[in-house]
Design a protein around this ligand. Structure first.
Ligand code: FE2
Ligand code: FE2
Length: 211
């Protein structure tokens, strides 16, 4: 196995962060599930959908950071491959949300570097705390992301099949990621940690919608 020095790891971390934060730097491995039907949205609907997709995109930036932070510190000897597969699927989600935002003539959140930094730190700390907490952290994050996705699917204009198909596929993937983390031994996180995560995620959804 190749040995990486501390400097290698720092450079790699910067590379990963830039790929997650610079629009267009990540490409999806799977085809975008978005429907071929063009969605004709009025201006206010388009603005609302863009807000929702911006929040979902920020959520995916957090997911990238979580998996990157976790990879830095967690051992995960038995589930490294599954976690890497989940991280690849998160890249698809990131790219699909970016595509939809572009179609809606909108932009990704300017706050993404903050969300990336916070999630990276929490992922790395969870990894240091031990694999069962690290996997528990993944499971709880995926649960919260899935909850947002389901709320957003409800809020989409009825005829916006393009956004709906993306969010439905993402939700399916997130639930699978959660299951993988739990099956691999992820434990329930202490209540204060869960409360902090919910608070940060609320702050993220409230601000990324606009900014
Ligand atoms: Fe995701
Ligand atoms: Fe996920």
């Amino acid at each position: 196995m190749r040995h990486y020095t501390g400097l290698d790891k720092i450079i790699n971390s910067f590379d990963q962060a830039l790929r997650s934060l610079v629009p267009g730097a990540t490409s999806a491995q799977r085809t975008n599930p978005s429907s071929d039907e063009p969605s004709q949205l009025c201006v206010s609907d388009a603005r609302h959908v863009a807000g929702l997709m911006r929040v979902n995109h920020s959520g995916e930036v957090c997911a990238q950071a979580l998996y990157h932070g976790q990879a830095l510190t967690a051992k995960l000897p038995h589930v490294r491959e599954e976690m890497q597969q989940a991280a690849i699927e998160e890249q698809d989600h990131l790219a699909w949300c970016e595509d939809r935002l572009q179609e809606l003539d909108s932009h990704t959140s300017v706050l993404n570097p903050i969300w990336y930094g916070l999630s990276y730190g929490m992922g790395a700390i969870a990894g240091i705390a031990g694999d069962k907490y690290s996997l528990g952290f993944v499971a709880e994050t995926e649960r919260q992301v899935s909850q947002h996705l389901q709320e957003h699917i409800q809020q989409l204009p009825a005829h916006d099949e393009r956004s709906r198909k993306i969010l439905v596929q993402m939700n399916e993937d997130e639930l699978h990621h959660r299951e993988t983390a739990l099956n691999a031994g992820g434990v329930d996180l202490p209540v204060p940690v869960r409360i902090t995560m919910t608070a940060i995620s609320k702050l993220m959804t409230k601000t990324s919608y606009y900014l």
